[in-house]
Write a protein that binds this ligand. Structure first.
Ligand code: ADP
Ligand code: MG
Length: 377
């Protein structure tokens, strides 16, 4: 990392910062409905080596970006000014300045083991690593949730992706051996111990390696649908609808919005249920909750796809405790909770099922809850 930085930028970095990708155990599409989520950080990280510059230049390079150094003037950073991968790190600098922090330039070199575009939040990992680097380089003293919100602002306002804050909160605030209970409206987070290996379990990630184009427009449409439903129901956000209110929503809402509300309300309940099981040490009880979450995303929210459904169905048929698509939908990754004695068989069956369906081989790897963003040198 240091050698690469010296080669690209001609000097040594002031430090190296790391921020992880994430998988969300449960609580999907609930963040922009003011609700709850339960992500973990994964062991794959994005590293940023950085050196402060006092001439206002921001010079960006990535081992995954396969292009020359992007050279910008921080005073010229405006939404739309950068349209490549550089929009994520440049967006962080823009968002810090928008928030009134007088930060200047830097040389950055990025290298990552988080697969990009696989629903594992490589974008949030990149933003959070840069935000943390800037926090130290410029002595800002901002805490992790604030850096997460700055990173989300970068993605929304500069890169033009209308995501909620769950990914950035996970990357910034997770700790090893725990899942992160997020209450988005309250702005609070709490660590919930989660160590599947200690219970003889494995959490597998299956990257389907597909990303259907539908995803980008669909996200905005789903978000608008949820907001419209909240308005029609007379609540600030769907977080305010309780499971007992569900039957009566049919009378108020157009038929197309009812299943969206159904998903958000039951999903928030699944987060609460998962947390009480984890707190009581009943990790295996998570399995059926994950599978119910998948059914809700597939049938009510309608954002799954044939590849993700095939992973879930195959894993469950092979004795997995539970499985669900994770992330925004239309491809990306699936998580599978499985007894360690069945993990190999589940992996083999999923790969075989993909081959007979004519799909590309999926990428499978086990994860355990890892550390959030931190300085490593
Ligand atoms: P996800 O966050 O699920 O991986 P996104 O589409 O939100 O998918 O973000 C992926 C994009 O983030 C990439 O196309 C690229 O622009 C940027 N990105 C992420 N990691 C890196 C990296 N290490 N180097 C350069 N760009 C990156
Ligand atoms: Mg992303």
């Amino acid at each position: 990392m240091k050698e690469a930085f010296r080669h690209i930028h001609g000097a040594s970095p002031d430090g190296i910062w790391a921020a992880p990708g994430r998988v969300n155990l449960i609580g999907e599409h609930t963040d922009y409905n003011d609700g709850f989520a339960l992500p973990i950080a994964i062991p794959q990280n994005t590293l940023v080596a950085a050196r402060r510059r006092d001439d206002g230049r921001l010079r960006l390079h990535s081992a995954q970006g396969d292009g020359p150094v992007i050279d910008l003037d921080v005073a010229d950073l405006n939404p739309g000014a950068v349209t490549t991968w550089g929009a994520y790190p440049a967006g962080v600098v823009w968002a810090l300045r928008e928030a009134g922090h007088e930060v200047g330039g830097a040389d950055l070199h990025v290298d990552s083991t988080v697969p990009t575009g696989a629903g594992l939040s490589s974008s949030a990992a990149l933003e959070c690593a840069v935000a943390l680097a800037y926090n130290d380089l410029y002595g800002l003293g901002l805490d992790a949730p604030t850096l997460a919100r700055i990173s989300q602002r970068a993605e929304n306002g500069f890169a033009g992706v209308p995501c909620g804050v769950m990914d950035q909160m996970a990357s910034a605030c997770c700790t090893a051996g725990a899942a992160l209970h997020l209450d988005i409206r309250a702005g609070t987070h709490e660590q919930v111990p989660f160590a599947p290996e200690l219970e003889g379990l494995r959490l597998l990630v299956v990257d389907t390696r597909v990303k259907h184009d539908l995803g980008d427009g669909a996200y905005a449409a789903l978000r608008a649908g949820c907001e419209q439903a909240a308005r029609l129901l007379g609540v600030a956000a769907l977080r305010d609808v309780s499971p007992t209110d569900l039957p009566s929503t049919h009378r108020v809402l157009p038929a197309s919005l009812v299943p969206l509300v159904q998903h958000i309300v039951t999903e928030n309940a699944r987060v609460a249920e998962s947390i009480s099981h984890l707190r009581a040490g009943r990790v295996t009880e998570l399995g059926p909750i994950l599978s119910a979450g998948h059914a809700s995303l597939r049938d009510d929210f309608r954002i799954s796809c044939a590849e993700s459904d095939l992973v879930v169905d195959t894993a469950l048929a092979q004795g997995a405790l539970g499985a669900r698509m994770t992330g925004g939908g239309f491809g990306g990754s699936v998580i599978v909770l499985v007894d360690e004695s069945r993990a190999q068989a589940v992996g083999a069956a999923v790969t075989a099922a993909f081959r007979s369906a004519g799909y590309r081989d999926p990428h499978l790897f086990p994860v355990s809850p890892a550390s959030g963003a931190r300085r490593i040198e």
